[in-house]
Ligand binder design. Sequence first.
Ligand code: KIV
Length: 279
Amino acid sequence: MKKNTVATFAEMKVRGEKISMLTAYDYSTAKLMDSSVNAILVGDSLGNVMLGYEDTVSVTMEDMITYGGAVARACQNAMVVIDMPFMSYQLSPVQALENAGRLMKEARANAVKLEGGETVAEQIRAITQAGIPVMAHIGMTPQSVNAFGGFKVQGKDAQQALQIVRDALAVQKAGAFSVVLECVPAALAGYITELLDIPTIGIGAGSDCDGQVLVYQDMLGLFSDYVPKFVKQYAKLGSAMKQAFDEYDAEVKSGAFPSVDKSYKMDDEIISLIKEKLQ
Ligand code: KIV
């Protein structure tokens, strides 16, 4: 199996082939996903779906290294992109490079992702110049939820749309190998996709992007706190899991589980011998 790399992304854009990406946060899930998709994102969305925070602001470098390392150990095909968490890169290009380096060395990422456009161009430049591939992320950037006043579609008016286009051009110029467009109107995403040489990966950004990414719990119907409009559920694993948990509970209580074939055997004589010895 040939590992997907930044070169694969570039070639796919040239050939007009769509790039598939999903999030994963653990070894078992990543192993199942590895041969199905081009890239796996260890997103800081793990703050929501794995840790139960209401947003991604509290996610730490240690969280990303722990979960990212588990995913990287499972992947032989998919490129593994690990998110840089809030405040791990905003302070300076030096801070950004140091933390990107940790994700590469300690978690064995193939690339890192960070949020922002023009304002983080210097950080992207410093990281890519050190030989670390960067996926940028613009539009609705969840780490800025407090500045946006909620998780809202971005780029609906001309001023915002122009800024998003400027951000896209800035991250490309700074050396990003691809860019996530999150929650922007489909027409704007389509325009940016045509304008850029690097691939765009959409989430809530319509079908004209060069690729798509979804949070795996969302597309499997595993996360029930809220379901964004752009999510398609390819399975309803949440209800299947709930049914299995209920069945297990009932069988434990009735004694149906574990059955004889799920138990280990020993000679009856040994139990008799023990009983005798204890008398
Ligand atoms: O953290 C994440 O999962 C992401 C995707 C939503 C793009 O950044």
